[in-house]
Design a protein around this ligand. Sequence first.
Ligand code: FO1
Length: 304
Amino acid sequence: MKITALAGGVGGAKLAHGLAHVLPPEDLTIIVNTGDDFEHLGLSICPDLDTVCYTLAGLANSETGWGRAGETWNTIANIERLGGPAWFRLGDQDIATHLERTRRLKEGQSLSSITREFCQAWGIQPTVLPMTDAPVRTMVNTNEGELAFQEYFVHRRCEPIVKGFRFDGVTEAKPAPGVREALDTADAVIFCPSNPWVSIDPILSVVKKITKPVIAVSPIIGGKAVKGPAAKMYTELGIEPSALAVAKHYRTTLAGFVLDTTDRESEAQIIALSIKTQVTDTLMNHLTERVRLANDVLHFIGSL
Ligand code: FO1
């Protein structure tokens, strides 16, 4: 079964990791959000791409979900000592990725080509694609004005009240090479349990149309996001955060929806939206849980 998965950061990376253990590498493509990307300390930083790649390569920091395992922090500590910005914690090993990516981008290599070569170097077999090679930047409209995504997310710790989102650059951005083909040749497209507003929506705003059956996995369990501000965003946008709210968010696109056993009572309301459902355990702290959920999702797709 050929699968194309759309993923943001930590939650998306975990399911992608599970899928990579179950599917032959040639049958799995992961399209990653680049709306979180930004330029910082002169470096081109692609947090979600790196989170997905580090996770697939077994290099990820399992506590934070982002950055590298066994990381040291000498560079950022010295930048701080010099009075430079240290709010975005770049580890020493991680900085090598940003330095080398920035060097290649400056030489004119595309982000998708750099990602392909980094994946080879890290021994990652499935195809990992940035959603676009063009700069698309998620902007968060808040009660304090419009903020760049990492300014809102990391610097301001998601404290400002969210009013909406804008994906700057999206009108000019084309899907990266391979993205359209991966979506058109897949048997099914999986929306990983990533933030619908700021991880999956930016990808959808670039790829626009998906013709293959879409199955989404809820990032909201029991009214709370497993990680990150998704539930807070729903509340601030006047929507009660729930698995049902996520299903409604994707409503027009969905063939199937995977929700956690905790949210079993929402199943009937989701079925009433003409969306097929699968109720299972969706928390993925360990590799065994990622593989089990990947298998559950693939069996669900097979049954549709
Ligand atoms: N997230 C944080 O909450 N604090 C950080 O200091 C931080 C540093 C960081 C460095 C490299 C990287 O690839 C990701 C990093 N993240 C950090 C995560 C990043 O903000 C992601 O965009 C979010 O996790 C959303 O996916």
